[in-house]
Design a protein around this ligand. Structure first.
Ligand code: CUA
Length: 154
């Protein structure tokens, strides 16, 4: 008699488990937006915030910086430095247009892998003016050792 009850309970548990797993997958899918540490279509970055990357002020002392890494430069960063004001909180969103790169800002705790199709997100406070070197720390091809840039806090 109790066997039926246990079978029913076990079935309920299994259904619940499947529902949880399914919900988790759907939940993760919802997070796939183009600029919040989620994913992005590397083939059509032009249709996202990465189409015109750079510094955007989003609050009194808050800034967002979208950066595209590609063989073998950071845009912005390499041909023109990334410029942010001192006493600010800056969130970097970084993605790759081609292969895996790295984004390391020497002298800060910014050190992320940059993977095509994914958006690396990191928030940093800059209290004082200064200049920082940006380097790619993942081997990305023949020009890897030349892939560098600059971040200027003014
Ligand atoms: Cu990009 Cu190494």
């Amino acid at each position: 008699r109790f066997e039926k009850l246990w079978t029913a309970a076990a079935l309920l548990l299994i259904v619940g488990l499947i529902a949880t797993v399914t919900y988790g997958t759907v939940g993760a899918g919802v997070k796939m937006v183009d600029d919040s540490g989620g994913t992005v279509d590397a083939g059509s970055l032009g249709d996202t915030e990465f189409g015109d990357p750079g510094v955007t002020q989003v609050g009194e002392n808050q800034y967002e910086v979208h950066v595209v890494a590609r063989q073998f430069l950071f845009q912005p960063g390499t041909t023109s430095p990334i410029r942010v004001p001192a006493n600010s909180e800056v969130t970097f969103y970084i993605t790759s247009a081609d292969v895996v790169h790295g984004f390391e800002v020497a002298g800060t705790n910014i050190n992320v892998m940059v993977i095509p199709g994914q958006v690396a997100e990191i928030t940093v406070r800059f209290d004082d003016p200064g200049q920082y070197g940006i380097v790619c720390h993942e081997y990305c091809g023949a020009g890897h050792h030349t892939m560098a840039g600059q971040l200027v806090v003014v």
